[in-house]
Design a protein around this ligand. Structure first.
Ligand code: GDP
Ligand code: MG
Length: 370
C-alpha cells in the first residue's frame, strides 16, 4: 500500500473518514486524514471492516501494468523491430522464416545451435531484427486477446502463383486491427505461372497499393525457397522500422510478453519471453502472468547462456513457480518480496476466477484484464 492516506483508505473501504480515524485510534494508531498509513494499520482496518474490503484493496494491486517503470524520454533509444510473418497456408511462411534464419544466423554466430524458443533475432548490416516464429494468426489472436501487442511490422506472404486467398484477407484484417504496418512479400516468383501484377491488383481492394501504382505499400518480389529477395525484404523491414521510430529504454527493469511456455521434466516451468522494454537480467525478481519467481537461467535463440537481454530480444528463462500462458505480460520487480506478494495475489485471483464468479462482479470491475 505504498503510503495510502486515511482519506484514500476510507474511500476504498466506502467508510466515513471520521469513523476510520476513530477505529484507528482505538487500535492505537493516531492519524489525521491526510496521513499515510503503515501496511499493518491498513491490514488491521481491512480486518475490522471485514474480509471483502481487504480483497478489494488487494485486487487493485494485481494489475501488473502499474508496476512498469515510467520511461524518461531522454533515455529512449532505437530498438530492433519485432516482425510477424503472416499469410495463407502453403504460401511459404515457414520456408521464409527458415530461409532468413539460415542465411543470417548460422554463418554469423558459429557454434550456436538454433533453439526453438518461438522467436529469433538476426543481424542485417549491424541492425537487429526479431522474428516471431509462431504462426502469425496465433500470435495476433491469442496475444491480442490478452491485450498484448508484440508485433511492430507484419510481413504478408502471398504466393505469386496463387494470389490473395481467404487467410490472406484474415491476416490483413488482423494487422490492420492492430495498426501494424504491412510489407507484402510476393513469394514463389521462381514458379511458372507466377503473376505478381495479379497479386498487386488483388491487394488494391484491401487498400494495399504498391508505390509504383501511387500507393505507399512496399511489395518485395521473392523466392523463399531459393533465398532470392531476402536481402531486399530485410532492408525494407529496417526502412519501415526507421519510419516507425521504435524506441525503448535499456536502462530500466524489463517488461514484455510471453511467446510460449511449457513444463520441462528436468528444468521445471520454461518460458520464452520477448523483452519489450528495459533489460532482463539473471536473478531478476519477476511476475509473469499468474506466475512468479526469479530468473534462474536465461538463454538466447542460439541456446547460449546470457546474463542480460535488452529491448526486442527473445529469451528463454527458468525459475518460475508455474507455467504461464502465451500472451501473458511479465514485469520485473525491484525486490523478490514484492514480486512474490503480487504474484501470489494474481495466482489467488486466477483461482477465484476459475472457481466461478457469483459474488465477484464488483471485484472484477475494479481491474482491467491484462
Ligand atoms: P506455409 O504454410 O505458409 O508455412 O508454407 P510453407 O513454407 O510450408 O511452404 C509450402 C510449400 O511451398 C512447401 O512445399 C515449400 O517448399 C513451397 N515453397 C515455399 N516457398 C517457395 C518458393 O519461393 N518457391 C517455390 N517454388 N516453392 C516454395
Ligand atoms: Mg508453415
Amino acid at each position: 500500500t505504498d503510503g495510502i492516506t486515511v482519506t484514500e483508505l476510507a474511500e476504498k473501504l466506502k467508510k466515513d473518514t471520521t469513523d476510520l480515524i476513530k477505529k484507528l485510534m482505538f487500535s492505537g494508531v493516531m492519524a489525521n486524514k491526510n496521513q499515510a498509513l503503515e501496511d499493518e494499520a491498513v491490514e488491521l482496518m481491512c480486518e475490522e471492516y471485514g474480509y471483502e474490503a481487504e480483497k478489494e484493496i488487494e485486487v487493485e494491486k494485481t494489475d501488473l501494468l502499474q508496476y512498469i517503470e515510467d520511461d524518461n524520454e531522454a533515455q529512449l533509444k532505437e530498438r530492433p523491430p519485432v516482425v510477424t510473418i503472416m499469410g495463407h497456408v502453403d504460401h511459404g511462411k515457414t520456408t521464409l522464416l527458415d530461409s532468413i534464419r539460415k542465411t543470417k544466423v548460422t554463418d554469423v554466430e558459429a557454434g550456436g545451435i538454433t533453439q526453438h524458443i518461438g522467436a529469433y533475432q538476426i543481424r542485417n548490416n549491424d541492425k537487429k531484427i526479431s522474428f516471431l516464429d509462431t504462426p502469425g494468426h496465433a500470435a495476433f489472436t491469442s496475444m491480442r486477446s490478452r491485450g498484448a501487442q508484440v508485433t511492430d511490422i507484419a510481413i504478408l506472404v502471398v504466393a505469386a502463383d496463387d494470389g490473395v486467398m481467404p487467410q490472406t484477407v484474415e491476416a490483413i484484417n488482423h494487422a490492420k486491427a492492430a495498426e501494424v504496418p504491412i510489407i507484402v512479400a510476393v513469394n514463389k516468383m521462381d514458379k511458372e505461372g507466377a503473376n505478381p501484377d495479379r497479386v498487386m491488383q488483388e491487394l488494391t481492394e484491401y487498400e494495399l497499393v504498391a508505390e509504383d501504382w501511387g500507393g505507399d505499400t512496399i511489395f518485395v518480389p521473392m523466392s523463399a525457397i531459393k533465398g532470392e529477395g531476402i536481402d531486399d525484404l530485410l532492408e525494407m523491414i529496417l526502412l519501415v522500422a526507421e519510419v516507425e521510430e521504435l524506441k525503448a529504454n535499456a536502462n530500466r527493469r524489463a517488461d514484455g510478453t510471453v511467446i510460449e511456455a511449457e513444463l520441462d521434466k528436468g528444468r521445471g516451468p520454461v518460458a520464452s519471453l520477448l523483452v519489450q522494454n528495459g533489460s532482463l537480467k539473471v536473478g531478476d525478481p519477476i511476475v509473469v502472468g499468474h506466475t512468479f519467481g526469479r530468473v534462474r537461467a536465461m538463454v538466447n535463440d542460439l541456446g547460449k547462456r546470457i546474463n542480460k537481454a535488452g529491448p526486442s530480444t527473445p529469451v528463454e528463462i527458468t525459475g518460475l513457480n508455474d507455467v504461464p500462458q502465451a500472451g501473458d505480460r511479465f514485469v520485473v520487480f525491484e525486490d523478490e518480496k514484492k514480486a512474490r506478494q503480487i504474484g501470489e495475489l494474481r495466482q489467488q485471483k486466477q483461482i477465484e476466477e476459475r472457481r466461478g464468479s457469483q459474488s465477484k462482479v464488483s471485484l472484477e470491475d475494479l481491474f482491467e484484464q491484462i
